[in-house]
Design a binder for this molecule. Structure first.
Ligand SMILES: Cc1ncc(COP(=O)(O)O)c(C=O)c1O
Length: 484
């Protein structure tokens, strides 16, 4: 057999596919122009050294692609050699598969935002992560080098590293949460916690109550498991607790998801009395609560009221925390505190999903919690975020007075800006993007939002960036809103 017909029998590409490729190559480079009668099946089988059935299979593929045809009395001939046919016949139609996948695609705005963020020069006015210069990369590197003796690169326990869970148990106690290491699960970010809860605890078609607007609407992890978020009204003190009971009964809701501390996207802080009322209602209604506390450490003026979990005497609250907003989103490290049967269920799914969170991240966070490095870092971060929040506040007062309303958050990252002029936020987003300014439209967090809102963040842009961004934003709002 000459090299021309030699197939690679060790390849993972099936033999029939290699034969198709070889014939297409001959048609494309003109060895077998249109009208060529190709060798018989028997002859091809001999040349390639394969069974005739493999040749029949390959020729059927090429016939279906429109490249060859069997003609009675003439054998099989080449009928097409155009690049289009060859190209389309070779590339698989993945579109059908992409549309068929169970997970919903990201929100259209979020897809555009994620793409735009690849451009390092873009000015991010709404981003939900701390700017890289607020993250302690150098100290982290140094701390990783210091104690190689306790770093394990093996898979960790199903619930996550015991050392880290013990450190978290002490850290949570400082918030009033009593959690034994056995009731803590380490996860790869709070987002994974939400996914595990949806997959492991909620039935398809069930309803989850949440604030309106909510971060939950900007991602589709819950929705992709067939769970429907149902928006609930808020006031200055947070979710209106009195509405929970009637809404639960009306929708037969299975859970409540809330971000009581420095809510995303409104920045709202739920008052202590509202927390107590909410817990009373949920205990009365037997409605489990998911408390998302990823911004809890980022208070700027005074420490917030104790988490809902600290008021929970019945094991009703599933508490979620994360290092993403304070120490580094790239660590992909968060935790869930819950009753043990829930932790068992979630950790079992997590083991089937990723065998555990990165050992390196778990080691780093345990080290930072144990040595006090985390507390020290937090103190500096709060100081810096306070300066940034105050700067953005000054800029909004200067440029935005006539165009918008907002209230200043006591922590977290966000200012929820209500634009007073009638305009299309889509147009505003597009115009700003043309100028290199990236915005977060309010409708991402509440699809039913009737008025123009933006989520602003003071955590990412530089001081100069904020100044430029807010002044240009005001100009664009004026331009689109048409009147003062
Ligand atoms: C309220 C809230 N929960 C969860 C997350 C996800 O955090 P993580 O990076 O820990 O997955 C975010 C991130 O924006 C958030 O704002």
């Amino acid at each position: 057999m000459t090299e021309e017909w030699l197939l690679d029998r060790s390849s993972t590409i099936p033999l029939f596919q290699q034969i198709c490729d070889r014939i297409v190559e001959k048609i494309r480079n003109g060895e077998w122009p249109v009208g060529t009668k190709i060798p018989t099946q028997r002859e091809l089988a001999r040349r390639f050294g394969v069974n005739r059935s493999t040749i029949v299979y390959a020729l059927d593929e090429l016939t279906a692609d429109g490249l060859i045809q069997s003609r009675v009395g003439h054998g099989t001939v080449v009928v097409n050699n155009t690049w289009n046919v060859i190209a389309s016949s070779r590339s698989h139609d993945w579109g059908r598969y992409v549309a068929a996948g169970a997970h919903q695609p990201n929100h259209q705005w979020i897809q555009i935002i994620n793409k735009a963020e690849e451009d390092k020069a873009i000015l991010r006015l709404g981003t939900g992560e701390p700017s890289p210069d607020l993250l302690p990369a150098h100290t982290m590197l140094h701390s990783l080098q210091s104690r190689g003796d306790v770093l394990s690169l093996s898979y960790s326990e199903p619930r996550g590293s015991l050392r880290l869970r013990e450190a978290l148990s002490r850290y949570l106690l400082s918030k009033g949460i009593k959690a034994a290491p056995s009731s803590i699960l380490i996860v790869s970010g709070a987002l994974q916690a939400l996914q595990l809860i949806s997959l492991g605890l909620l039935r398809e078609g069930s309803t989850i109550l949440t604030e309106s607007p909510s971060y939950l609407n900007s991602i589709h992890v819950v929705q992709s498991t067939g769970v429907r978020p149902c928006g609930m009204p808020m006031d200055k003190e947070g979710l209106i607790a009195g509405r929970i009971g009637p809404m639960k009964r009306q929708t037969d809701a299975a859970m409540l998801y809330t971000i009581p501390t420095f809510h995303n996207p409104t920045g709202c802080l739920m008052s202590a009395s509202r927390r107590e009322e909410l817990m009373r209602v949920c205990m009365h209604e037997r409605l489990p609560v998911v408390e998302d506390d990823v911004y809890g450490d980022l208070w700027l003026d005074a420490s917030p009221p104790a988490p809902l979990k600290s008021l929970d005497r019945e094991g009703l609250v599933l508490y979620i925390g994360s290092m993403s907003k304070s120490l580094g989103p790239g660590l992909r490290l968060g935790w869930v505190v819950a009753p043990e049967p829930v932790i068992d269920r979630l950790s079992d799914i997590k083991m089937q999903t990723d065998y555990g969170t990165s050992a390196l991240s778990q080691y780093a966070v345990a080290e930072w919690l144990e040595t006090g490095l985390y507390d020290k870092h937090l103190a500096g971060l709060r100081e810096e975020l306070r300066r940034r929040r105050n700067h953005m506040s000054t800029l909004l007062d200067r440029y935005m007075q006539s165009y918008a309303e907002w209230s200043l958050p006591q922590g977290g990252f966000y200012i929820w800006l209500r634009i007073l002029l009638p305009l299309s936020v889509r147009k505003l987003f597009e115009l700003a993007l043309k100028e290199g300014i990236l915005l977060h439209p309010g409708s991402v967090y509440d699809p039913g939002l009737g008025e123009p809102y933006l989520r602003l963040s003071y955590a990412y842009a530089s001081f100069e960036g904020m100044e430029h961004g807010i002044s240009r934003l005001a100009a664009l709002i004026f331009q689109l809103g048409g009147k003062q």
